[in-house]
Design a protein around this ligand. Structure first.
Ligand code: SAH
Ligand code: MG
Length: 214
């Protein structure tokens, strides 16, 4: 961690004991939940944007879903997770936080579940993409029918440990092709005429896109 990252991490607002317990669980079991500084920023975006409806790709243990809902308790959140074990862990965490009535948990591959949401003609004010990085372009394209003017799309991990800017740090071949995919995604996102986008270098890198028209 460089000095700036350390400073930001040290100064991030303290969480409740319940949220810190989830962070500790994630650390112990190596669940890649969002980092404190970028998580804090995501909740701030939710406070600013005040979405009534939120879609999340990648529930894991339900941490970011619960944090987003905490930032706007009036929202209704739909979250997709393919791993059954994660889905069940999230279910129990959501129950502990008594948020079952605000969260719809869907289990399955995001692309398949998104197709169902599209078939139901659902739309969302806020979409958080935090699932398999190799598929971000597909996820982004797939959710388009679920968006409207003003929809905010936030993607996590778009700087991928800094690999996207410094490929010399990459040792494994698999990571190289994954990095290429993320680089391509970022380049396309920043040129997409339907969105105003910006990349924020906190946590593992966050992009924010706001849709211009329907
Ligand atoms: N948003 C969570 C962390 C998500 S980690 C938080 O910050 O609290 C990424 C999750 O995406 C993992 O649990 C993984 O199982 C899930 N995932 C990966 N590929 C997926 C896919 N194609 N469809 C749905 N979920 C997927
Ligand atoms: Mg992430």
């Amino acid at each position: 961690m460089n000095n700036l990252e350390q400073y930001l991490t040290e100064h991030v607002t303290k969480r409740t004991d319940d949220f810190e317990a989830l962070e500790a669980f994630a650390k112990e079991h190596r669940v890649p939940i969002m980092e404190p500084v970028s998580m804090n920023f995501l909740t701030q975006l939710v406070r600013i944007h005040q979405p009534e409806t939120i879609l999340e790709l990648g529930t894991a243990i339900g941490y970011s879903a619960l944090r987003m809902l905490d930032a706007n308790p009036a929202a209704r959140l739909t979250t997709i997770e393919k791993d059954v074990k994660m889905y069940e862990l999230a279910q129990s965490n959501i129950a502990k936080h008594q948020k079952e009535s605000s969260i719809v948990q869907l289990q399955g591959d995001a692309l398949e579940v998104i197709a169902e949401l599209v078939a139901n003609e659902q739309t969302f004010d806020f979409i958080f993409i935090d699932a398999a990085k190799a598929q971000y372009q597909r996820f982004f394209d797939a959710v388009q029918p679920l968006t409207k003017k003003g929809t905010m799309i936030v993607c996590d991990n778009i700087l991928f440990k800094g690999y996207v800017v410094d490929e010399s740090k990459i040792e494994q071949k698999r990571l190289r092709s994954l990095t290429k995919k993320i680089q391509q995604f970022n380049a396309e996102l920043m040129q997409n005429p339907n969105y105003h986008s910006s990349i924020v270098p906190i946590g593992d890198g966050v992009s924010i896109s706001v849709k211009l028209n329907k």
